[in-house]
Write a protein that binds this ligand. Structure first.
Ligand code: NAP
Length: 343
């Protein structure tokens, strides 16, 4: 494993983070008709990640494990499953990230970035994870009913109390991140160590205005959907297999499954074949190389439902790409046509 410094903090994280949004399915439904997570396979994935040197895991208070948008009957499940696996480890050997913002209860203040909601949800996340603190606490998306000052001061209070070590943001507009960072600087309190954004070879919008903000403020970039939810494995070129993400999340097809994207993915697959590597390895190696091009720390968050996928993806650390390779990949990928976001 390679290790990187997390933005301008002193924290060291593995080059890859393990994501806890979509987890392996068990094939058995719960009383609401939602597929349960296969907790045993998830445990094997976490153990394999640790054995490969991954020390960084990313969850959210809302994640269920089999739902892209969990309803109130299912929120919190992923954190509980993760907490059960982490019990087998020395706490200090893991860097644990989670998020706050989304709906967790139907009542007023059941969601958002107010002091009240944040103070409630950190307690709940720590209970579900069965931990004393989380390393990285991220605000999941914008709450335009709360001022940035209230949110920042509430988050800083958690840092002061040792419940949280670093702060991060996700899915905020570049202008809003700037406003947060300038406010933190003015108040001489902690700002964000990281941003978490959708980024992969097919989806490069954040390169425009968002990543320059990360660079300006020395923030690490956590790249989510690094394989475009599995599309960058090439698996959908031969149809939608039972059990794959697109088979149970219909929006995945709306975002990625069209002729133009299939042609781009097919072209990328040819290059992977030429190089004797897999397409996930090629797509992830592209992102690791972008760190150098962009002068940023980029940590891809891997979504894993099978142990073999994890071993495959970590193999990207050994792939070498030239400047010409990078250009060719980007030209081919530019032919993809993306529909509305499915996350
Ligand atoms: N901040 C946010 O708003 C936000 C939003 C989304 C995600 N995230 C974070 O980002 C993480 C990753 O997102 P993601 O799961 O969509 O990532 P992803 O890497 O783009 O997609 C993961 C899916 O790709 C497939 N896959 C992975 N490796 C493969 C391989 N070697 N060969 C074939 N297929 C492979 C698997 O699909 P199958 O299951 O179909 O096999 C897997 O579930 C999440 O867990 C979460 O922590 C954050």
């Amino acid at each position: 494993m390679k290790y990187v410094r997390f933005g301008e903090t002193g924290l060291t994280v593995s080059q890859f983070c393990l994501g806890a949004w979509h987890l392996p399915g068990s094939g058995v439904n719960d009383e609401f008709g939602i597929e349960k997570v296969d907790a045993e396979t998830f445990g094997r994935i976490v153990r394999k990640a640790y054995d490969l040197g991954i020390n960084f895991v990313d969850g959210a208070n809302r994640y269920h494990g089999r739902m892209s948008t969990a309803d109130l009957d299912h929120v919190g499940n992923s954190e509980k499953l993760l907490g059960a696996v982490l019990k087998d480890y020395e706490r200090e050997s893991w860097v644990v990230a989670t998020k706050v913002r989304g709906p967790m209860a139907p009542w007023p203040n059941g969601q958002g970035l107010s002091r009240k909601h944040i103070m409630w949800q950190i307690r709940e996340s720590l209970l579900r994870l069965d931990l004393d603190y989380v390393d990285l606490y991220q605000i999941h998306w914008e709450d335009n009913t709360t001022t940035n000052v209230e949110t920042l001061k509430a988050l800083n209070n958690l840092v002061d109390r040792g419940l949280v070590h670093y702060l991060g943001e996700s899915n905020h507009s570049p202008a809003n991140v700037v406003e947060f960072m300038e406010t933190a600087s003015r108040l001489q309190i902690e700002g964000f160590a990281s941003m978490q954004e959708p980024y992969n070879l097919l989806e490069r919008r954040v390169e425009g205005e968002t990543l320059p903000v990360a660079k300006k403020y020395g923030m690490a970039v956590m790249a989510y959907v690094p394989l475009a939810q599995g599309v960058l494995s090439g698996k959908y070129l031969s149809g939608v297999e039972a059990g794959s993400r697109a088979s149970y999340i219909s929006q995945v097809a709306g975002q990625y499954l069209n002729q133009e994207t299939a042609a781009a993915v097919g072209g990328l697959l040819e290059i992977a074949n030429e190089k004797g590597i897999t397409l996930p390895q090629l797509a992830l190696a592209w992102m690791l190389n972008k760190q150098v091009d962009l002068g940023l720390t980029i940590v891809p968050i891997l979504g894993i439902t099978k142990v073999a996928h994890l071993e495959d993806n970590v193999g990207s650390l050994d792939v070498r790409l030239t400047g010409d390779d990078m250009q060719r990949l980007e030209e081919i990928a530019a032919g993809a046509k993306l529909g509305p976001q499915s996350y």
